[in-house]
Design a protein around this ligand. Structure first.
Ligand SMILES: C[C@H](O)[C@H](O)[C@H]1CNC2=NC(N)=NC(=O)C2=N1
Length: 101
């Protein structure tokens, strides 16, 4: 079943449990900071594996020691849905293990 876009209130509720994430321009977004480059690059691969498992994919921007992640749901025309929240939660679960702050 196609997901529904979240209401602004539902989005705020989801963000309350996703510290560091924000909603802007119909996307969930977070920037992670690392001590150096390779841990940031390793997290890209780990996030990619999760995305393949969920069938839902973010846009990631890898820089020297930062990884920017933004996501929305293409199938509803680029809005935030529960699928984006689910991916963000899974990313949060692995971030500390990669040394991300
Ligand atoms: C068939 C496949 O599951 C779909 O095309 C998925 C792939 N990954 C996706 N990722 C995102 N962010 N939005 C989608 O609508 C989407 N659709």
């Amino acid at each position: 079943m196609a997901p529904e876009p979240l209401t602004p209130q539902q989005t705020e509720q989801a963000l309350a449990e996703l510290p560091g994430w924000e909603a802007a321009d119909d996307r969930l977004a977070r920037n992670y900071v690392f001590g150096k480059h390779l841990p940031a690059a390793a997290m890209v691969i780990h996030v990619a594996a999760i995305q393949e498992e969920l069938g839902h994919h973010s846009d990631m921007t890898l820089s020297y020691n930062t990884l920017g992640i933004t996501v929305n749901t293409h199938s509803v025309g680029g809005k935030i849905t529960e699928l984006d929240v689910a991916l963000a939660r899974r990313i949060e679960e692995i971030a500390a293990g990669h040394g991300a702050g």
